[in-house]
Design a protein around this ligand. Sequence first.
Ligand code: URA
Length: 215
Amino acid sequence: MKITERQQSIFDLFTSAGNKQQAEQESRSQVPVVKLEKLKESCLVCHRCDLREGCTQVVFGDGNPHAGLMLIGEGPGADEDRIGIPFVGRAGQLLDRILEAVAIKRSEIYITNVVKCRPPGNRLPQQLEVDACLPYLREQLALVNPEIVVCLGSLALRTLIDRKATITRSRGVWHHVDGRGIIATFHPAALLRDPSKKKDVWVDFKEVVKYYNPS
Ligand code: URA
């Protein structure tokens, strides 16, 4: 069947409108990625606290910038400081096994830490250091915009939920902040020290996968 000139022009109108809409959607979904890259650039040259003086490199974050799930640890350890990616040392390898057990692919989620520079001797970050680094974490949360956040350990829990919370009492409990579900569990390093905590982490991650919808 031969189409008329009028039919062709209506068709052209629709396809160009459709293409334009698609292009707009695609470029909109790139906006947070570009902003996240810019944020990373500024974080890499940050000297808001003294941690940068004592570490090898800034460990900004890793993973899918459109992730529906974000994991937040404490701060880089020696291996992360050397490689530049969060959770690649022993605790990270255990985390990988936990994720595998609940069928979450590391590549589909986003992982970062409360502080982006390694505290000397792996000590806990001090409040001033946490406060200096917090704007980066807040911006990462806003840009990745995950529906679910898992706080790995008490520092992330206290930073995001309640300064006075204890991980033993607050783990496994959902909090709803800025439209996201936030839940805390033991840090993988704590499981390396005390394997009896593994069953609680298993329960907490089962809770996460009940609501986590990768897509
Ligand atoms: N512990 C953390 O909290 N974060 C890492 O990246 C590695 C170990």
